[in-house]
Ligand binder design. Structure first.
Ligand code: ADP
Length: 515
């Protein structure tokens, strides 16, 4: 029976002879592996998709064993492509889909239920009860989060309440809970280590981001035994070695972070006030706020960005539900374009959207509105409006929504950023990136390596074994492939943005809550 205590491997590390860091990027729909060299260049990649399980409307699960097997397959494909000798891999880093929750039996190493995915809404009722008990302010104060099914705590509670015998097993100390990083570490170490890093722990609703410990009140309110929780380790530093059989020799696991925090790190946002936005299906903006956790309103979350040698760097976070997905909607539902790339050509075929606004509130609005009754709207149409105007307005909505969040973050932090660093699939669209710079009146920096999440995991791991000597060398590795300067005059910018605010007003509060 393997032990589960933290095996912290300390001491000065020998200079490395090897040349690569292996980054695992375990996402919501695919597991990826990337090999980085010392210059920060990607040498090889592997990718394997895995099943999404939807047992009921609004419920989302993954099979934890499939998460692991897809991750391992991606690693093998990546190493095969690289042809790099295993001895040249100096460290493993990982970035993972956040909040997704696995509960397993320590005696067998087997999950007792599928992983409940961050998107899953099944615990809305548990959240309502917490709110009815008046616990929202205390939970917000301790965790920096809001009560929402999104976070792990209510998912653990649900598994304990719904899987036969789970609560008894948990009380007997047989069950372990972890986010996906914990699960991958557990697998890589053959069950020797049950750990998570500070950034992931801060997304569970069970972790006190001020005291840096699993919080007894939170655990009691959610009826989760402390014994289920992982040991929390630094985001950078050797926390364990992989079991010998995986790579033929042990490799240090030296970097761990939730995917959005990893992207912040991979974007070189090490200084207070630096900020990144990831444009995927939706968007996540994270701003580094330094050593002090800010207490925020408007549903802006406070979270641990990373913990290095026990010192926390905090971030504030805002989320937008629909950004890149508006382009999929134009293509798949409205059939106004054949491909995502075509949206750029069409948008540039007109000088402006001529007063048309698309508000993609398909599933309500996130930061800073938090209106689940909002629905999508196209406003400002005239007889002359054509598909190019609508496509352009849809792309512009990505920029407007980002400004909404960034303005709220600046209000909360009092720190106007000097630039916005961007990543994610939609930054391939130069119209989107230039409009972002124009509507913010702020330079936008696009990195040469678009894989910022994996890069962050690699940075943390490489830093942890001395492959890179500190944050300065990492800062130098980060290179832009484009700097987009604002080119719109202030009058035009503010006029357009006023129109957007009016359009959002039309979309808000659309559904009748009683219906
Ligand atoms: P996720 O990680 O959320 O799956 P990705 O970072 O892979 O997202 O980005 C995919 C998103 O980027 C999709 O929503 C897609 O519509 C959008 N996208 C991809 N290429 C373009 C483009 N040229 N212009 C605008 N959006 C794009």
């Amino acid at each position: 029976m393997p032990g589960f205590e933290a095996v912290r491997i300390s001491g000065v590390l020998k200079p490395m002879s090897g040349q690569y860091v292996l980054a695992l990027d375990q996402g919501t729909t695919s597991s990826r592996a990337l090999l980085f060299d010392r210059k920060g260049d990607v040498i090889a990649t592997g990718r394997k998709d895995f099943r999404q399980i939807y047992p009921r409307p609004g419920w989302v699960e993954h099979d934890p064993e499939e998460i692991w097997s897809s991750q391992w397959q991606a690693v093998q494909d990546c190493l095969f492509e690289a042809g790099a000798p295993l001895k040249d891999i100096v460290a493993i880093g990982m970035a993972n889909q956040r909040e997704t929750t696995v509960v397993w039996d320590r005696r067998t190493g087997r999950p007792i239920y599928n992983a409940i995915v961050w998107q899953c809404r099944r615990t809305a009722g548990i959240c309502d009860k917490l709110r009815e008990r008046g616990l929202a302010p205390a939970i917000h104060e301790k965790t920096g989060l809001v009560i929402d099914p999104y976070f792990s705590g209510t998912k653990v509670a649900w598994i304990l309440d719904h899987v036969d015998g789970a609560r008894t097993l948990a009380e007997q100390g047989h069950l372990a809970f972890g986010t996906i990083d914990s699960w991958l570490i557990y697998k890589l170490t053959d069950g020797m280590l049950h750990a998570s890093d500070y950034s992931n722990a801060s997304r569970t609703l069970l972790y006190n981001i001020h005291d840096l410990r699993w919080d007894q009140d939170l655990l009691a309110w959610l009826e989760v035994p402390t014994s289920m929780c992982p040991v929390v380790v630094d985001s950078s530093g050797v926390c364990a070695q992989s079991a010998e059989h995986w790579f033929g020799r042990p490799i240090p696991i030296a970097g761990i972070a939730g995917d959005q925090q990893a992207a912040l790190f991979g974007q070189g946002c090490f200084a207070r006030g630096t900020v990144k936005n990831t444009y995927g299906t939706g968007s996540f903006l994270l701003m580094n706020t330094g050593e002090q956790p800010l207490s925020c309103d408007h549903g802006i979350l406070t979270t641990i960005a990373w913990g290095l040698e026990g010192h926390m760097t905090y971030a504030i976070e805002g989320s937008i539900f629909v950004t890149g997905a508006v382009v999929q909607w134009l293509r798949d539902e409205l059939k106004l374009i054949d491909s995502a790339q075509e949206s750029e050509t069409l948008a540039l075929s007109v000088d402006s959207s001529e007063g048309v606004y698309v508000v993609p509130a398909f599933a309500g609005l996130g930061t800073p509105y938090w209106d689940s009754y909002a629905r999508g709207a196209i406003v400002g149409l005239t007889r002359g409006s054509n598909r190019a105007h609508i496509v352009r307005a849809a792309l512009e909505s990505i920029g407007y929504q980002t400004r909404d969040v960034l303005e709220a973050m600046i209000r909360e932090s009092g720190t106007p950023p000097k630039a916005l660093r961007v990543d994610g699939g939609a930054i391939a669209n130069e119209f989107v990136v230039q409009f972002q710079a124009d509507i913010l009146g702020l330079p936008v920096e696009r990195p040469k390596v678009h894989e910022t999440t994996a890069m962050g995991a690699a940075f943390l791991a490489g830093l942890g074994v001395g492959f890179w000597a500190g944050l300065d060398p990492l800062q130098k590795i980060w290179r832009p492939d484009g700097l987009f300067s604002p080119a719109m005059d202030e009058k035009t910018r503010e006029g357009l943005y006023r129109g957007w605010k009016k359009a959002v007003g039309r979309a808000m509060n659309w559904l009748d809550p009683d219906k």
